[in-house]
Design a protein around this ligand. Structure first.
Ligand code: C5P
Length: 233
């Protein structure tokens, strides 16, 4: 049987409400480049991808101004209401090109600091695995569960030894991920990452330890931090 191909999906159809900016966060700039352009060029220049699909918001006004729009390696499609809808729409758009057993790596457009070593390590660790997995970082802080209400109080300290922060890329078999996402969306399960969809289908994705500085730009102060991390890499 031939070696599976690797496909890349970078959902970029979000509006980035928490950023309170004039444009979606993937179109904010670091060193005069769109975050989305930094993310895509770093991935495509370091990973052995067969192709790349980027779901965009139906009213996107910025893509045509991006460097990526003239990159022949990248295709686009229309994203959906939630992140999972956007990822599923990208998988459907790749349906004709990808085999069921191929790998698909899904990476947030808003994570420009992914280190190339983490990407290659994820691919190396998972390539022979039947299910796949994700980059993740062990939790460093002491964690508290809180009471409900306007001024929460500590209910208890949670054992952090078995807790990890889910990062991206997340890497799964193309057919299994498409099926898992379809089933979650049909059954109304909330999925905020690909791994949760695979978990709902009864799989146990592997956790591959990645760098804690693979930051998702979410609030305005993350922008300066991402710029600093990129300058140090
Ligand atoms: O909003 P959040 O930080 O969870 O978004 C993570 C990624 O998912 C971002 O790259 C965002 O553009 C993308 N997204 C999407 N379609 C949506 C919502 C988010 O492609 N409907």
């Amino acid at each position: 049987m031939k070696n599976p191909n690797l496909w890349l999906v970078v959902p970029a159809a979000g509006i980035g409400q928490r950023m309170k900016a004039e444009c979606p966060k993937q179109y904010l700039k670091i060193s005069d480049r769109f975050i989305l352009d930094i993310t895509l060029s770093r991935l495509l220049d370091s990973g052995p991808f067969e192709g790349c699909m980027v779901p965009l918001h139906p009213q996107d006004q910025w893509w045509s101004d991006s460097e990526s729009s003239s990159d022949g390696r990248i295709q686009t499609c229309t994203g959906g209401k939630e992140r999972a809808d956007s990822v599923l729409s990208a998988l459907h758009a790749l349906d004709e090109q990808a085999d069921e057993n191929d790998w698909v790596l899904v990476h947030d457009a808003a994570r420009p600091c992914l280190h190339p070593h983490d990407l290659s390590n994820l691919i190396d660790v998972l390539f022979e695995h039947p299910v796949g997995g994700l980059l993740a970082a062990p939790v460093a802080d002491t964690l508290k569960s809180a009471s409900k209400g306007r001024q929460p109080a500590v209910e208890q300290t949670v054992d952090r030894r078995y807790l990890w922060r889910a990062l991206t890329p997340q890497m799964f078999r193309f057919g299994a991920l498409r099926q898992a996402l379809e089933s979650c969306l049909e059954n109304g399960h909330t999925v905020t990452d690909e791994s949760s969809a695979m978990e709902f289908s009864g799989n146990m994705p592997l956790l591959v330890e990645g760098r804690a500085d693979n930051l998702k730009i979410t609030v305005p102060s993350d922008l300066g931090l991402a710029e600093f991390i990129l300058s140090q890499q």
